[in-house]
Design a protein around this ligand. Structure first.
Ligand code: ZN
Length: 291
């Protein structure tokens, strides 16, 4: 199942994306709020009290309320989460292009939740920003409260998977000693288009990940290459820190980022950055300058 949030920014409604409905090649969105009063949004309350199974029941109702998908804006597929946890240098080839040091334990950092952006919304370069580029990443969304969870059962705590572009101001990242500011500018976290449930994905470590800028491929790798795999990441992180429903974990980016290339490929106003992951769809974000 593909969960989406649709409508204007800040006023998105929860939906379920239906391919080939009402006809092959067409898509529609099940308008969840039009069918039930108790699911306000895809937030911690939803994952805790209703969850994916409730949506499956709605899909079976005789008169589903459908909205044509064409032309509808999609927002991030999760409402504002408690935290966005990110992985630094979780692919060896990317660690090599970044600073050559291969981590022995996972490097966690965070992005501000105010950075969240829709999958086709503009990425806005702040006035005075430095060298900015994107990072294509597989992200997972937590579905159940997770504290001290063993790797063997960790995937049971995952509601589903989505695409996250970890847009980064490299100058702010290096200047600050700490990455939070360089990673967290408003709009620097396109998420979506879909939250795809785990049953559709199967093994999350067999997915092709690509990033293109203006049609030029920068990144093309598979999630098989992750240094630290998702079950271990959840066990390691949740040993001391509670993961709550709706929390997002971005699993790191493969090699090929624009700022590490010769010559560098940096995001400028007028560019289009596209991130795609097998089974999860694609993002296509225009880049604009802050006015
Ligand atoms: Zn990243």
């Amino acid at each position: 199942m593909k969960l989406v949030r649709f409508g204007p920014r800040g006023a998105e409604r929860p939906g379920v994306w239906l391919d080939d409905t009402p006809a092959p090649g067409q898509a529609s969105i099940l308008d969840v709020r039009a069918m039930t009063f108790d699911i306000a949004d895809y937030d911690a309350h939803f994952f805790t009290h209703y969850g994916i199974e409730r949506l499956r029941a709605l899909l079976l109702e005789p008169q589903p309320k459908l909205v044509p998908a064409a032309g509808v804006r999609l927002g991030p597929p999760v409402a504002r989460p408690g935290k966005i946890v990110c992985l630094g240098k979780n692919y060896a080839a990317h660690a090599a292009e970044f600073d050559s040091a291969i981590p022995q334990t996972p490097i966690f950092f965070s992005k501000a939740t105010t950075a969240l952006n829709g999958p086709t919304d503009p990425v806005v370069l702040p006035r005075g920003s430095g060298r900015v580029d994107g990072e294509a990443e597989l992200a997972l969304v937590i579905g159940r409260t997770a504290r001290r969870v063993a790797a063997e059962v960790a995937l049971e705590y995952v509601a589903g998977y989505t695409i996250l572009n970890d847009v980064t101001d490299r100058d702010a990242q290096r200047q600050g000693q700490q990455w939070f500011r360089g990673k967290s500018a408003d709009t620097f976290c396109p998420l979506g288009p879909f939250l795809v449930t785990g049953d559709v994905i199967g093994d999350p470590h067999q997915l092709r990940v690509t990033q293109r800028v203006n049609g030029q491929t920068l990144q093309d790798d598979t999630t098989q290459q992750m240094l630290f795999k998702i079950p271990f990441l959840i066990e390691y992180f949740s040993a001391a820190i509670t993961l709550e429903p709706g929390d997002i974990i971005a699993t790191g980016t493969p090699a090929g980022i624009g700022s590490a290339r010769q010559p560098p490929v940096l995001l400028r106003a007028g560019d289009v950055v596209e991130v795609a992951i097998e089974k999860l769809g694609a993002q296509r974000n225009p880049v604009i300058a802050e006015v």
